[in-house]
Ligand binder design. Structure first.
Ligand SMILES: [Zn+2]
Length: 303
């Protein structure tokens, strides 16, 4: 699994930073979180591919998080995308897309399935992962997201099973899937040859928000948390007025949630560089990094 930051600025783009968008590549599928204006340029630069299985999640209806979807649809159509695109967001996202698709002739070459998120909880449930959402606290209704992989089966002790003389094939599969079997009149228990199940990866993405206890709970135990850090803490007043967070607040929430690694993002255009934000966050949480446009983060399974 790989995460690529496609845009890391807040409301206005800068020379170095585009508007909010995060791509997660997982098992050949692309999960995109937000699509700020003009994000498709970094999408192309990152080489993510125009015809991939893909889902887009939109946190809220501010231009720097949703307007980029229009450009992305247009570029994908020009490139001849054929696969269906699944989009998830609040009811207003559906209105926004339908109205724009009515006015602008994108010449879409593919279907766009717009899914409306009506409540908190599971947004998408697949075989081996799910995406959940939680209410955030911003100036307009806003959501935070979490990608959660299901636990994988434990390590299968092939040597041990071989020694028992059990032939490879269906019996192996049954044991691996937790079923006890009988071989040559002897019972073999799955738990004797398969280790404890291994946890999947959990990644949290805040969108725009003030820190809340609810979000700390929602992000509890995440391997990686990407949390907005529009301001340094000396601009707390600004953060309160605009319903954003400071780096100190992001780190405090990450610590409270027991998150392993924190990425700060969504920086106010006033910050040419982010060392002030990272160092104030590091005073609270050990593992903090600033997101940069086109930064690629490898996400291994937890040890
Ligand atoms: Zn924003």
């Amino acid at each position: 699994m790989q995460m690529v930051f496609l845009g890391t600025s807040s409301a206005a783009p800068t020379i170095q930073r585009g508007l909010s968008s995060i791509a997660i590549m997982r098992d050949g599928e692309l999960l995109l979180f937000d699509a700020g204006e003009g994000m498709q340029r970094n999408f192309i630069k990152a080489g993510l591919g125009m015809n991939r299985k893909m889902k887009v999640f939109v946190s809220h209806m501010h231009a720097d998080h949703c307007v980029g979807l229009l450009g992305l649809l247009q570029t994908m159509a020009l490139q001849g995308r054929e696969r269906r695109l699944d989009v998830y967001g609040q009811p207003r996202l559906k209105e926004f897309l339908i109205e724009n698709m009515r006015i602008i002739n994108f010449g879409l070459t593919f279907d766009v399935a717009i899914h409306t998120i009506e409540q908190e909880g599971v947004v998408v449930e697949e075989n081996d992962y799910r995406v959940l959402c939680c209410e955030a606290k911003h100036s307009v209704p806003s959501l935070s997201f979490k990608l959660e992989e299901l636990d994988r089966p434990g390590v299968f002790d092939v040597e041990r099973v071989k020694k028992m003389g059990i032939p490879q094939g269906e019996l192996y599969s049954r044991l691996q899937h937790g079923q006890d079997i009988e071989y040559m009149g002897k019972a073999v228990r799955s738990r004797d040859v398969v280790g404890p199940s291994r946890p999947g990866r959990k990644i949290g993405i805040s969108g725009d928000t003030r820190p809340t206890d609810k979000l700390a709970k929602f992000f509890s135990g995440c391997d990686i948390l990407v949390f907005e850090s529009t301001y340094a803490h000396d601009k707390l007043q600004k953060a309160l007025e605009t319903s954003h967070s400071t780096a100190t607040e992001a780190a405090t929430l990450a610590k409270q949630a027991g998150v392993k690694k924190l990425f700060l993002t969504h920086f106010s255009a006033r910050y040419d560089e982010t060392s002030q934000l990272v160092s104030e966050a590091k005073a609270i949480h050990d593992d903090v990094e600033a997101a940069e446009d086109l930064k690629v983060v490898e996400i291994p399974y937890p040890a």
